[in-house]
Ligand binder design. Structure first.
Ligand SMILES: [Zn+2]
Length: 431
């Protein structure tokens, strides 16, 4: 009789190196060598991006295996040994956790725990109590904070939406040195597979987005809508250095799973939200080139910020005016003594306020614009000595240089979880 075991791993990397997906990839390779069957694609789950204690991308992994009951002790030993061997245990903030869950079906309790880890803040005690309730086994290394993300990765069934990422890993001798990859092949790949793959290039700078800039073992990662599509794209990319292994993950990246709809007064630090409101204070550019404006709804007011790296997104935000109705998407930041601020990921313009400017009447004799005689005193032409009453001025509607559409930050400034506009267009799920 075969058993289904789900495994979650988290918090094995540090700012200096490693990547939890690589630990997962190596563990899977070792398990397959012992005739354990891996079911489907492993999961790469991005957790709350606003959490202070996160490592780089705050991601956890999970996978499902099928094995014989007698294989269980060796199975667990291989996974725990791989974590012990590869995790950056010497780094103070690296506190790995491994979780085993026996069975295929994920209980509701575990699903909602997973949602909470992605949208909110969760303690180790809370994770431990959920694990006890659903019968999951936890293994902690050092402080073992990773058990939170490991359990959340198991609990995320990706029902809401899912994308895929193919990750190609570097061989050990190349790690830490510049990544060698044929840039033109990436441009070609993008031409052939976009938008079924996405975030390969930054359209504003032409920069290649598939290679990370960290010292981790990843050579490149290609994001797309299906496993077939990222594999096709991978075959089009020419790596100029050896690839140790390739794994396709299913993931919550690019799904907006971190967001929740709230009224302004409900917004809390560390949350990521979608808020509908009306612009109440004109955008201003502050030091560093950041754009800040304020919105309100029936419950209160909150600031919205578009930071300098968001480039042309910022230019669009500058064109907002008081009275404009918007829907904003982003993570909430708290700064002492200041109102809460939404760090914008996307903004939808729902309705533009009407603005008018006065146009003075033309002189009936010479046709030139007449000058105002002062407030309420009408208009005159000095040359022809003609006069016009105050009500002869026309109100002209100011043409607004914004469309009723969604604006997004460029790929380089985008959160892993934020859904790119190209996916919003094809998706039926809306806030
Ligand atoms: Zn005149």
């Amino acid at each position: 009789m075969n058993l289904i075991v789900q495994v979650g791993i988290d918090d094995t990397d540090s700012k200096k190196g490693m990547c939890t997906t690589y630990v997962c990839a190596v563990a899977i390779g070792r398990l397959e060598a012992t005739n354990v069957k891996i079911l489907g694609c492993p999961k790469l789950i991005r957790l709350n991006p606003n959490w202070k204690l996160k490592t780089r991308g705050n991601c956890a992994v999970a996978f499902t295996a099928e094995l014989e009951k007698r294989q269980v002790p060796a199975f667990k030993e291989i996974i725990l040994r791989t974590v012990r061997e590869l995790a950056e245990l010497q780094a103070e903030d690296t506190n790995p956790g491994v979780v085993f869950y026996y069975g295929e079906k994920i209980p509701l309790k575990l699903k909602s725990f997973s949602k909470k880890v992605i949208q909110d803040i969760v303690t180790i005690e809370e994770a431990e109590s959920v694990a006890r309730l659903v019968g999951a086994e936890m293994y902690k290394f050092k402080l073992g904070r990773g058990v939170i993300g490991a359990l959340a990765a198991i609990g995320n069934t990706l029902d809401w939406d899912r994308t895929f990422e193919l990750i190609a890993y570097r061989t050990p001798e190349n790690r830490g040195s510049p990544r060698r990859i044929d840039v033109n092949s990436v441009i070609e790949m993008n031409k052939k597979t976009f938008p079924r793959t996405f975030d390969n290039l930054d359209p504003t700078t032409g920069e290649i987005r598939i290679t990370p800039h960290t010292p981790c073992p990843i050579l490149y990662g290609i994001r797309g809508e299906t496993a077939e599509m990222v594999i096709k794209a991978h075959r089009l990319v020419k790596a100029l250095e050896p690839i140790e292994r390739v794994v396709v993950y299913q993931t919550n990246q690019g799904t907006d799973e971190h967001l929740r709809n709230v009224k302004i007064s409900e917004a809390k630090p560390f949350w990521s939200v979608v808020v509908n409101g009306v612009v109440s204070q004109k955008p201003k550019v502050i030091r560093g080139g950041h754009v800040i404006f304020r919105i309100r709804d029936s419950t209160g007011e909150i600031d919205c910020a578009a930071y300098e790296p968001t480039r042309q997104f910022r230019e669009a935000m500058k064109k907002l005016l008081p009275g404009d109705e918007v829907q904003v998407y982003g993570g909430i930041k708290e700064k002492p003594g200041l109102p809460l601020t939404i760090n914008l990921e996307k903004l939808r313009v729902l309705k533009l306020a009407s603005y008018f400017r006065k146009e003075n009447p033309r002189c009936p004799s010479c046709g030139k614009r007449m000058k105002s005689e002062g407030r309420g005193k009408g208009y005159s032409c000095k040359k022809c000595k003609t006069n016009s009453p105050p009500n002869s001025a026309r109100l002209i509607r100011v043409k607004r240089d914004l469309n009723l559409e969604m604006y997004e930050v460029p790929p380089r400034a985008r959160r892993h979880l934020a859904k790119p506009l190209i996916r919003v267009k094809f998706s039926t799920r809306e806030f």
